[in-house]
Write a protein that binds this ligand. Structure first.
Ligand code: ARG
Length: 632
């Protein structure tokens, strides 16, 4: 049982009751402090790293700065080393030590811990990989945040996928997480859509498909606006939307500010400004349609989130940020000497911090995206008193986010240091397979179709799948999500149908397949499965093949992978972990036979190994917001 780990010394910051690997590192650290009493155990522990090859752990003695000749230090350690339950042997090459763990203890401690924290857990929920580091802390996590009356574009999709991962990650590490969706439901664009609606709106169309109709209205009025400004097709900033054929879908907030400089006196632009001004001053008549759009959009988005397996605690919106408060704070900033007048508009100068200049209030007194974010953050602080607040927003908005963080800081709000921007790069070239522009639901539908075609190729297996539509959709979503999270967040990536939906290589379908294969082992060996002994009574010496050891040692590293992800906030590390686990398992099938193994005890031990490997693979997949499948 895992409790044997507890005769080891307690080391601050470790959790051997949640991560058995910690116990092995502590066992090494303990021996280091025995030989070198001047090294504190915490320091010794920090010095224990995973080995690259041939051994399990490595310690570079020079990092402890004890003085003395490296070769003598290493030799002294090796001489005084005594093997124990955890560590079998040490090799010294100069002052570099490499350790090999006891294979049987590894198997016993790691597998029992997974079983305890998965199948025998007091909470009834699997908790292997969880930790308490965030206990008592509150995270406000804003992500997704699409704009109403427009399409949910792929920039929002990335924010949603990464945000859902972060939400799971922080919860796994003991944080309380409140997830917010901050809808883009305010600003001059809504004046523009209103003007467009007066011109092109059609009640019957609106009834039939509100989102599509609003989108069409928006596209038309935008075209009018562009013609008016004499720019036919401006394709600059638009990549955030992964280049839908129509650039209008790609519009993001910061453009609002650019436009301010070239404010027109009449025409569509002026009408849109006037309309928004009426909205912002609370004129009921101008808000009626807007309310309808908002409601329809939220309904449509909620459906999409359901499909994506994503849930929010609260829907906020730019429209909900107090208008009065915005005016007050601009006043305050003016008194602080940070704001100047630019042809009637209020401008904040952040040049000193290399953050440019930005408009806070337009000359007609209406507010800006930036102003709403400043006050929005203050309102959230009042409401939640968070330990941390994260904004998951595309890197195109790096400047915008840095600006409002800086303003809050300049206002002397000490909680401003608790804000964090988690950014990400662009998705390039997302289109349907035929190459036309797309909306998210089309992409989801298409990837499900591809998977359905694949599944139908094997008639026998296909017949056994209970709900093929559901399964096809889940594999399709897995394909999309894995492609999205596979590289470092900040990298752009090119949307690639062929690669994403392939069952070969490190893809989403490959990962689902690995889980399905592990899930089939009980179905294929019903007798063994029904006569498995309790894990604690297993002879762990039966799992001594190198292939079994590789799997076990990697299973033991899952809690570390989670902790590292919490530091980097990169989902890619978890994907690498899950892929590697799948590789170890797939290369073991032909060696660690279950069905063809004549030694029944050995077959049972291996079955246990595969069942627990499935639990860990499933845990890593759920962390990535995937739904592990049983059949496909
Ligand atoms: N709605 C914005 C857009 O689509 C994203 C909002 C990001 N969050 C924020 N607090 N500014 O570009």
């Amino acid at each position: 049982m895992a409790s044997a780990a507890y005769d080891l010394p307690v080391v601050e910051g470790t959790e051997p009751h949640r991560s058995a690997i910690d116990a092995f590192r502590i066992a090494i650290a303990q021996q280091i402090t025995k030989t070198f009493p001047n090294v504190p155990i915490e320091k010794a522990y920090e010095g224990v790293d995973y080995s690259k090859k041939d051994s399990d752990f490595t310690v570079a003695l020079p990092r402890f700065k004890m003085g003395g000749k490296p070769a003598e230090l290493g030799a002294k350690f090796k001489q005084e080393f005594t093997p124990n339950e955890y560590i079998d042997s040490v090799e010294a090459s100069g002052a570099f030590l490499t350790f090999k763990c006891n294979t049987k203890t590894l198997a016993q401690k790691i597998l029992c811990q997974i079983d305890d924290l998965t199948n025998r857990n007091a909470s009834g929920k699997p908790e292997y990989g969880h930790s308490d580091v965030g206990k008592g802390k509150k995270l406000i996590l804003e992500y997704s945040s699409p704009n109403i009356a427009k399409e949910f574009h792929v920039g929002h999709l990335r924010s949603t996928i990464i945000g859902a991962f972060l939400s799971n990650l922080y919860k796994t590490c003991g944080w309380e997480v409140v997830s917010l969706n901050y809808l883009g439901d305010w600003g001059k664009q809504f004046g523009l859509i209103a003007v467009g609606y007066d011109k092109y709106g059609d009640e019957a169309e609106m009834e039939r498909d509100p989102i599509k109709h609003l989108y069409n209205v928006y596209v038309k009025i935008n075209k009018d606006l562009k013609e008016e400004k004499g720019e036919v097709e401006k394709k600059d900033f638009k990549a955030v939307a992964a280049a839908p054929a129509d650039a209008a879908a790609a519009e993001t907030k910061p453009e609002e500010e650019e436009e301010e400089n070239e404010a027109a006196e009449s025409g569509v632009d002026a009408a849109a400004r006037a309309y928004f001004k009426r909205m912002e001053s609370g004129d009921e008549a101008s808000l009626v349609n807007w309310r309808k759009w908002r409601q329809h959009s939220i309904q449509a988005y909620e459906k999409q989130y359901e499909t994506l397996n994503v849930h929010f605690d609260e829907y906020l919106g730019e429209s909900m940020v107090s208008h009065e408060q915005q005016l007050k704070v601009v006043d305050q900033l003016e008194k602080m000497g940070l704001v100047s007048d630019a042809k009637g508009a209020k401008l904040i100068d952040l040049e000193k911090w290399k953050l440019g200049k930005a408009i806070l209030l337009k000359k007609d007194g209406t507010t800006m995206y930036l102003t709403r974010d400043i006050i929005g953050a203050m309102e959230r602080w009042e409401k939640y008193k968070f330990d941390k607040m994260i904004y998951v927003v595309a890197s195109q908005q790096d400047l915008h986010v840095a600006q409002f963080f800086k303003v809050l800081d300049l206002m002397g709000l000490d909680w401003a240091s608790r804000l964090e921007h988690i950014n990400f790069g662009m998705v390039l070239g997302m289109s349907t397979r035929k190459g036309t522009a797309v909306f998210l639901n089309q992409i989801i539908k298409e990837s499900a179709d591809v998977m359905m075609e694949q599944m139908q190729k094997n008639e026998e297996k296909f017949a056994q799948i209970e709900d093929p539509e559901h399964v096809a959709k889940e594999i399709g979503l897995t394909a999309i999500k894995i492609q999205d999270m596979q590289a470092k967040r900040i990298n752009n990536y090119t949307f690639n149908w062929g690669r994403m939906t392939s069952f070969e290589g490190d893809t989403g379908p490959y990962l689902q397949y690995a889980h399905v294969r592990l899930s089939s082992i009980e179905r294929k060996n019903p007798e063994l499965a029904s006569s498995l002994p309790p894990l604690s009574s297993l002879d762990f010496g039966l799992l001594d093949e190198p292939k079994a050891r590789d799997i076990i040692f990697h299973l033991g590293q899952y809690p570390d992978a989670v902790r590292t992800a919490l530091k980097t906030r990169e989902p890619s590390g978890i994907i690498t972990y899950a892929m590697r686990l799948s590789h170890y398992i797939s290369s073991a099938w032909d060696v660690l036979l279950v069905k063809g193994e004549s030694d029944v005890d050995k077959a049972k031990a291996r079955m246990w190994l595969f069942l627990l490997a499935r639990e860990v693979l499933a845990a890593s997949m759920r962390l990535l917001s995937l739904t592990p499948l049983e059949r496909m």
